[in-house]
Ligand binder design. Structure first.
Ligand SMILES: Cc1ncc(COP(=O)(O)O)c(C=O)c1O
Length: 397
């Protein structure tokens, strides 16, 4: 088709955000699998075992009987409200709960409604790449607060206090991606009061709640009733491809933020909402997989140590190990692209989570089966001794 006059060759005028580099690892992993070659998928943070059977059965029933129009499930909202009571002892009015197309949509709506063009939003580095990229896409400025393995990747209130001027927002995640680090109650309280003192809006991404290996995660609403909370059915409930999550927002903002969600996305997946109603009661099934991840995390930590990869913060929650591998590579993207192609182990490069230091780090997602953890360790044991960074690798791609 002939391009419209005047637009041919015009560059995009909007924000240029970077892709997840892990997506390229994923494409190569998919090509390998399609060619019948073994591959262990540890690059994306997604449970590999599928949704609980109760969700699948509910979806089958609904698919046969329901026209699947746009939908907001009041029973699901009610169930989420009750979850806050049973998990944290919090009373949350259902009117404050908004259903979203995953935590991703909740974060975008939060950014769009809580901030103005040019506002600064602080977040931890290393951190989930879409935080930074989506903020940039919406004309906001990410302010990176570096956390270090030596300090357990803890963010201190003093780190926030040191920011001059105060940012308009603070985005927290505990447990965190990619480190699996958690904020304890004291740290969370100190950060919440630092936010209150300086008028910083707190956004808490609680997508890894319920997946912890010791203490339970603190909900931001326990320490700051005005926090905006984002959560999802993608991780604990094992429904990443179903695209469903929720937000809890202060009552006075609920209608406006919901209007934003509707204008951006209409309603989230109807099928997913029906299925989700069935999963929240599947405590035993959900917990069984958290125990699998706990075992996987310990085994992987021990196995990597025996391969000489020793600089790893033991995860307190989520399903990630963030490993320092500066003795093996100065180019984590090359390392991960070659690990998938040469060893059949798909990993996420640290540059996704930390553009400055991430070239020396890689992230393992251990939301796979124990057998896949063993397969990954065996493949890496055979591959790592011969690995050297190739100086001209990027040019060859
Ligand atoms: C910390 C964090 N927040 C949000 C998301 C987005 O999740 P969802 O599938 O709910 O959109 C992810 C996905 O990996 C994540 O790790």
């Amino acid at each position: 088709m002939k391009p419209v006059d005047g637009f041919a060759g015009t560059p995009l005028r909007g924000a240029k955000v970077t892709d997840f580099h892990a997506a390229e690892v994923g494409r190569r992993a998919a090509r390998r699998a399609a060619a019948g070659l073994p591959v262990v998928p540890m690059h994306y943070g997604q449970p590999s075992c599928g949704a609980p059977p109760a969700a699948i059965a509910a979806a089958h029933r609904v698919l046969d009987a329901d026209p699947l129009g746009y939908f907001e499930s009041e029973p699901l909202i009610g169930k989420i409200a009750r979850h806050y009571r049973s998990a944290y002892g919090l009373e949350v009015d259902p009117a404050r709960i908004l259903l979203t197309a995953g935590a991703s949509a909740g974060l975008v709506a939060a950014y769009a409604c809580l901030f103005r063009h040019g506002d600064r939003v602080a977040m931890t580095t290393p951190g989930y790449p879409a935080y930074r990229n989506a903020l940039v896409a919406l004309g906001l400025q990410p302010v990176e607060l570096r956390t270090a393995a030596a300090r357990g990747y803890q963010l201190e209130a003093a780190d926030l206090d040191a920011l001059q001027p105060a940012p308009e927002g603070l985005l927290l995640a505990s447990p965190a991606n990619p480190t699996g680090a958690m904020l304890d109650l004291d740290h969370f309280m100190a950060l919440a009061s630092a936010c209150r003192r300086r008028g910083i809006q707190l956004i808490s991404d609680e997508i890894y709640h319920g997946m912890t290996f010791g203490q339970r995660a603190v909900c931001a609403l326990e320490v700051e009733p005005e926090a905006v909370v984002v959560n999802s059915f993608s991780k604990l409930y094992r429904m990443p491809g179903w695209r469903l999550g929720w937000m809890v927002v202060p009552q006075r903002w609920a209608r406006t933020i919901n209007a934003c969600l509707i204008n951006f996305f209409l309603t989230p997946s109807t099928l997913a909402q029906h299925a989700a109603l069935a999963v929240m009661d599947e405590t035993e099934d959900l917990q069984r997989w958290v125990e699998v991840y706990r075992g996987n995390g310990s085994r992987l930590l021990e196995g990597l140590r025996s391969l000489g990869i020793t600089s790893i913060h033991p995860p307190e929650g989520a399903f990630y190990l963030y490993a320092e591998v500066g003795h093996l590579t100065r180019d984590s993207l090359q390392f991960c692209l070659r690990a998938v192609e040469e060893a059949g182990v798909a990993l996420a490069p640290g540059v996704d989570f930390d553009p400055v230091e991430g070239h020396r780090y890689i992230r393992f997602s251990f939301a796979v089966s124990p057998a896949q953890v063993e397969q990954a360790l065996a493949s890496l044991a055979a591959w790592l001794p011969g690995y050297r960074d190739l100086p001209d690798y990027a040019r060859r791609q």
